[in-house]
Design a protein around this ligand. Structure first.
Ligand SMILES: NC(=O)c1ccc[n+]([C@@H]2O[C@H](COP(=O)([O-])OP(=O)(O)OC[C@H]3O[C@@H](n4cnc5c(N)ncnc54)[C@H](OP(=O)(O)O)[C@@H]3O)[C@@H](O)[C@H]2O)c1
Length: 221
């Protein structure tokens, strides 16, 4: 599948771009600057010389031409970024992985954006697209290490079954990941806010936690 990532020059988008390319997708690294995108594309390719990664680069408008688009900007840029490419996103599944958080001293605090979540704001901005919230809890460093699986549950929520199904299929392709249907987009409020807890645990225990829920058989998940 052709996948474009907006804001893929940061750790999260860069890691997801590499990971999605590693499982056979044609991935475009997007940025506000096509030069920055090219630099990051070349950095990823240079890190994995032995792998045949299908990676391209473009400005965000070019990356939004893809069949499926991921928004990987900071929370306060997600809606504006979605707006800037909205005509390209009509009828498409759009994944939003942004978390609305603020770091105050050593504490991470959840914020509540309009519509309750970043994903909710983006869906309101893109009424003709199928927005899904996903990948909020996966640490970029582990996601970027293509030599290891990413042992993690990925909570997916959306108001569109089509989006949940598409994103679940995508997640299932990544070694170690398990997609979980976490309901409607209103649940993105809790999913995004919970990231503050996980980041706080990372600080407290000097680690990088990942989410793994018990009680759901893999066959059901
Ligand atoms: N880091 C993680 O481990 C992780 C894991 C899961 C989810 N997330 C979420 O993923 C999102 C991205 O995380 P990150 O750490 O990669 O963020 P980041 O490095 O702060 O930002 C990612 C990219 O967004 C673009 N950007 C920044 N400000 C912008 C603006 N005002 N308008 C448009 N684009 C802007 C920049 O790309 P250009 O300047 O090249 O356009 C930047 O490189 C966050 O919301 C985070 O909560 C992060």
């Amino acid at each position: 599948m052709d996948i474009g990532l907006l804001g893929a020059t940061g750790p999260a988008g860069m890691a997801l771009a590499a990971r999605l390319a590693s499982v056979g997708h044609d991935v475009t690294v997007g940025s506000r600057s096509k030069y920055r995108a090219l630099e990051v594309r070349d950095t990823i390719a240079g890190e994995w010389p032995g792998r045949d990664l299908s990676l391209d680069s473009a400005d965000n408008l070019g990356a939004a031409e893809a069949e499926l688009v991921v928004i990987a900007t900071p929370w306060n840029a997600a809606t504006e970024t979605a707006h800037s490419v909205r005509t390209k996103l009509r009828g498409k599944v759009v994944i939003c992985m942004s978390n609305a958080l603020s770091k105050v001293g050593r504490e991470f605090q959840p914020l509540v954006p309009p519509r309750g979540s970043v994903s909710g704001s983006v869906q309101a901005e893109l009424p003709d697209s199928y927005v899904a919230a996903a990948f909020h809890h996966v640490p970029a460093k582990e996601l970027a290490n293509l030599d290891e699986p990413v042992v993690s549950d990925i909570l997916i929520c959306s108001d569109h079954q089509k989006a949940t199904a598409t994103v679940s299929d995508l997640v299932s392709e990544i070694p170690g990941m398990r997609p979980l249907d976490a309901g409607e987009l209103s649940n993105a409020t809790a999913i995004e806010a919970f990231t503050a807890v996980l980041l706080q645990l990372n600080v407290r225990y000097k680690t990088r936690v990942a989410l793994k829920l018990i009680g759901i058989d893999d066959a059901d998940g």
